[in-house]
Design a binder for this molecule. Structure first.
Ligand code: ADP
Ligand code: MG
Length: 318
């Protein structure tokens, strides 16, 4: 590795936290970590990669990048109803910039600790800037929130305000301008998404299906509909709004809300008999539509007319 600091010093200095987790018997420093899942629990395992120039820009704030790397992975655990436990970091750096690494590690550990997850190992190599995280969580057998369980008659619900992150990205790319205070809020959504871990845990035994919105609400909803063999109607008037979205032309706000992506909100279905428990959930959620037997996604504009979306969301290879 280039620079004064070698690979092993780098790991020791920045990525060897005093790991306190009852299920971590051996952490960073040996050939493998040793994990002890709670008795009778299943492991939920997910991994996500972030590549410079694709998922972020090289001059992005490293603290935010560390945060977001953890957030996108914990969001997948949340969407499955799993409790976060262990993280494994794959870091590829063109050179060692200690200030950068320290800030990246700060952002990563702050969010991990907030959710009781511990860094248990990883790999460090030299190459074009990229990083991946593998996150492992626990859940009781049979408790996972799958994409397959949506049934006709279920309510379709979403957390947070999908579309704000996309508004932040469009602002950053100069596609539209937001007033300063609103731009800051939208950019915070883009760079510092908050994984809905507590909500995911609360939805165990309640939601019939769930997914986290990473590639756009319409596209990710499409995955639930296909996996469950159902369709849905979404009313645009019921999509959560905010000062950021209200500051944009309506058609642009709808596009961000439905196809923007990078939201890391939970989209889930609730049987009608569970609707009375919506207010018990740990995060505000909105009911945006209904699951129906007829396949396909029907979007209804506020005036009652059918609405067509030109582009449903993000696809790396499309
Ligand atoms: P090996 O050559 O046996 O694969 P490494 O030298 O790659 O081992 O890693 C040594 C130890 O440091 C291992 O415990 C590994 O999990 C950990 N490690 C390496 N890179 C990172 C990183 N970026 N973050 C956390 N742990 C890391
Ligand atoms: Mg080894």
């Amino acid at each position: 590795m280039a620079g004064r600091v070698g690979e092993f010093d780098l790991i020791k200095t920045y990525f060897s936290p005093p790991a306190h987790h009852e299920g971590l018997r051996l952490g960073v420093g040996d050939d493998c970590a040793l994990l002890a899942p709670s008795s009778g629990m299943q492991l939920a395992v997910t991994t996500d990669t972030m590549v410079s120039g694709v998922h972020f820009l090289p001059d992005d704030d490293p603290r935010g990048l560390g945060h977001k790397l953890v957030a996108v992975n914990l969001s997948d655990l949340a969407a499955m109803g799993a409790k976060p436990c262990w993280l494994f970091l794959n870091l590829t750096l063109p050179a060692v910039d200690e200030g950068w690494v320290a800030a990246f590690a700060d952002g990563l550990f702050a969010l991990a600790q907030a959710h009781g997850a511990v860094l248990a190992g990883g790999d460090t190599t030299r190459g074009p800037l990229a990083f991946g995280l593998t996150a492992m969580g626990e859940l009781p057998p049979g408790a996972a929130l799958r994409r397959t369980g949506a049934r006709a008659g279920d309510w379709l619900c979403v957390s947070g305000v999908p579309g704000e992150a996309a508004a932040g990205l469009a602002h950053r790319l100069g596609q539209h301008r937001l007033p300063e205070g609103l731009a800051a809020q939208a950019l915070a959504r883009l760079h510092r998404p908050m994984p809905r871990v507590a909500l995911g845990l609360a939805l165990r035994g309640l939601a019939t299906s769930a997914i986290d919105i990473s590639d756009g609400l319409a596209q990710d909803l499409g995955h639930i509909l296909a996996a469950s063999g159902v369709g849905a109607t979404v009313e645009l008037a019921r999509l959560p709004s905010s000062p950021v979205l209200a500051a944009l032309p309506e058609a642009m706000a709808w596009r961000h809300q439905l196809a923007g992506g990078d939201d890391y909100e939970l989209l889930f279905t609730l049987p009608p008999e569970a609707a009375g428990r919506l207010h018990e959930l740990p995060e505000p959620v909105a009911v945006i539509g209904r699951i129906e037997a007829e396949p396909g996604l029907r979007l209804i504009a506020p005036d009652g007319a059918p609405f067509t979306l030109a582009h449903q969301g993000h696809d790396h290879f499309a």
